[in-house]
Design a protein around this ligand. Sequence first.
Ligand code: KG4
Ligand code: ZN
Length: 338
Amino acid sequence: MTEPVVLGIETSCDETGLAVVVGGQIRSNVIGSQVEIHARFGGVVPEVAARAHVESIKSLAHRALAEAEVHPNDVTAVAATQGPGLAGALVVGFSFGKAMAWALGADFIGVDHMEGHLLAPMFQHEGYEPPAVVLLASGGHSQIVHMSDWGTYRMMGGTIDDAAGEAFDKLARYLGLGFPGGPAVDRLSSKGDPKAIRFPRALSDRPFDFSFSGLKTSVVNWVDKQHASGSDVPIADVAASLQEAIVDVLVEKTFNAVDETGSTTVGGGGGVLANRRLRARLAEEAEKRNVKLALPTAELCTDNGAMIALAGQLALQRGVAGIWTGDVDPGMRLGHPH
Ligand code: KG4
Ligand code: ZN
């Protein structure tokens, strides 16, 4: 086989993702979700996550190779998430990947999880290429990135407090909608009126930055007031209105960055980009401005091994050296090599 055959491993948080990408195409992409394990705690418990990765990674690796119909000896490179993420969880996938690459005589490369999200649109959008503005919004990170060239990323802005997914998760927990919160709010919002309640849109004076902690306070205060006055809480309207507040800010700031850079392509990645209202609003705005929108389908927006394999393959092709001596980097930041 002459094409690169890359095994991608993602274990930065609560999904164990193993995938095989051959020549940039997904051959298999298997996910071991820990959602049910963490749901009873109302959030991801780091130690529990690391343990669950240990228990499932080997069988998922076998499954990914079997589904891809790839023999382990044909793997040319193993790519594993190096950071950012939970240290104990990262160590599981990184060490497993290193051991596997060593045993197979393959290359090994560490990947920035956010670079994986950033490149994921390539699987389904042929013309997705720099220069592009990319909105990355997940449970731990929210940022707007300008990709001026392959592998060259500039942070234009981001959250100054909670990540967008974190805001969805915290508000959903407060409203009793369970974990993870984003999908629950997304579903319930379709039954509510997004204009029912006007929650605040923060940081209007900073074109590319977000803040979501004030939104949480405002929703809590609004619901408390309803309770105090003996009124019912129209939960679907609350969900739709808070979702609209988050979406408004993400869309506005993304297109501020488009205006600033003159980019004609907008990409997106991270679990929050699975949000149906956000996708619709980004599409509307992109069409209005005649800008190309490249969003992965929902299952490639959330954490997966395929995006890690792709980012690893592209880095190796750019001549980035493998990192046998490197370690995980829980605080890794895109565009800040060290
Ligand atoms: O990228 P991801 O799978 O994991 C991290 O790297 O954090 O993102 C998970 C986040 C969670 O906060 C989850 O609530 C949010 O993405 N999310 C959504 C939706 N699906 C997942 N948020 C809003 N709407 C959704 N449909
Ligand atoms: Zn992620």
